[in-house]
Each structure stands twice: as C-alpha cells, then as structure tokens.
Design a protein around this ligand. Sequence first.
Ligand SMILES: [Cu+2]
Length: 357
Amino acid sequence: MVCDEMKGTPLPERVSRRGVMRGLMSGGVGALLSRWTRSAAAGRATEPQREQGERSGRVHEHWISADSFLHNVVPGGYDSMMNVNYTSDQTSFIALGYRAYTPNWQHPLPGSADIGPNTGVPGPILRAEVGDTIILHFRNNDTYYGFPHSIHPHGVRYTPENDGAWSGIDPHKPGTAVKPGETHTYTYTVPPASVGTWLYHDHSVPQSIGQAAPDPELGALLGLFGLFAITNAETPKVDAEHVLFLHDLYAAVIPTLAQDFDCFNGHAFVENTPVFRARVGQRVRWRIAALGKEFHVFHLHGHRWVRDGRNEDAAVLGPATTLTLDYLEDNPGAWLYHCHVTDHMMGGMMGRYIVGP
Ligand SMILES: [Cu+2]
C-alpha cells in the first residue's frame, strides 16, 4: 500500500486534530500513533529547504548502512515446481544489504509502506518528488567480508563527487571506497527528468570470495541494491504497490551455495519469493528492477498493462533497467508472476500474486 496522503506532509499536519478525531472515530488511534511514530522516524524529510529553480524543495535525509548477515535464499526449503527439497546449508550465505536506520545509525527502522520491509535485500525504497533533495548518510557495516562499499545512484541528478563509483583512476575520491566502520554522505537533487523507478547499488572496488575471479560489482551481487521511486504532481496515486528485484546468485562466486539461484528480492521458488496482493478495483503499480549480467522477461498471468502505447503482459529487463507498470485490477484469483526465461524459471524466478474480490 502507498500512503500518499501521509508522504511528504509536514509532521504537524500529519497529526492534526481532525486527523486524530478521524482516527479515534474509526477506532484506529493506535494505528494512527504508530503511523505517526513511523513517519517521524522514517521521514526526516520534513524540513522545507528551497533551492533556486526547485519547486517544493523537501529534503529527504536517510541513514543507510551496508550490513552483512546470514541469508537463506529458500527459507521454505522446497521448490514446488520441480519438486526438489533443500536444506538450509545448501541455500544460505552471508549476504550484504542496505538498511535504513534512525539518525546516526542507532537502530534499524521497522518495515513500512514508505520504505518497504527494510530487511536488506533489496534496500529501502527511497521516495522523492521533483524539486526535492535526497541526502544519504552511508555507513559501511560489512563486518563479515570487510570490503569497501559505496552507493551509486541512477536517475537522480548528482555531481561527480556524489557518484560513488570506483574506477581506479582516482583511488582517493571520497565515497567510492568507504571502508568498514567509515561513513560518507551523498547528496542528489530531483529534476523533472527523474520521474520514474531507478536503481541505486554498490559500485566500489572489484572483489572476490576465495579463489573466484574478481567481480566488478560483487557487493551488488551479494545484495547491495535498492530503488528510488520518484514522482511528480501528475503521477497517478495507486492503492497497491509491488517492488520487485530480479537478480542472480552464482555458486561459482558464493561457495556456500549448492547451486545457482535466480531470485526475486533475495529469494527463489514459489512460496519463498514475495507473495503480492491486491483487490479488484484497486489501482496497482509494479516497480521492477534488474541487476547483474542476465536478461529477464517479467511476465504476469491474467493481466495486461499499457507501455509506450501498446498492450503487454511481458516485458524485457536487462541489467540496471527498470519497469513502472500501472493498471486497474479487474481479475480476481491466485496468479503467477515469473521471469519467462526458462532457465530462470527453473532457477527460482517464480512467485504468486493473489487478487481478492
Ligand atoms: Cu530471467
């Protein structure tokens, strides 16, 4: 769900007397308070700061940490399509993920409609409107691998000093190789051409695990990626929003994995991948992104959308490309979404989409 009526509103307005009364009358004061607390903690986006030529000038300030943690790709231990069982040691590895924290990286934020589950793979959804400024305070908390990391953005506007991309040409360029325990702050602006869905990801020094060949984006392969959701005043409001990352894990790169896995949001196989939900009559938006070295075809059963003037029920994604798909939900039932590349279907890119009446 998208809380558009809450997003980006100054805090005093969010807890107006009328809002409190409405919450009380609907018996939802607890929910209202928890929503306010969450907004207060997650937002830090509320201090108006106009820049020359910018329209609304809201500042979105986030405290992001690159964390290392044990991650199980197939927590249910079962691939129902191919009827294969897995043990957790075959499907687990130490992942990296961006997580949103309270200021000064004190505590991880709980998941919310605004930032998503905040479990790390993918990272938090970073929202902004045209005219806003995004400030990312980044901490490298990769205590397991000890690699340097960065945040490199797509789609927003930034100077070379905020690019976060290692090339080796200037090894001392700040923000391109933030060492474990160190921090860096990136600043981006949001011009009209930034409307849409965009990636951010680790773009630091090439690394490898064990004897594997160095990978230029190993941090991103291990889970350091997320997306921006950028809107303007004309962006239609939606009732349900589904965020989906298509990415791949290779046993040749990550030795603890028993095989390659093709993943949605860090997981493989139906009932392990996210189950998305909507109801008939709702406006639905999918924000989809891919990263890595594979090409994918996102396909949704029982549904169509319009893109570039044509009707579609499947769309190609390559590394670092995204899709923003909107439609009015009109088809109840239990549906599948999946990558239509057959290798990737077998490797785990299958999921369920449940539409209630
Ligand atoms: Cu695919």
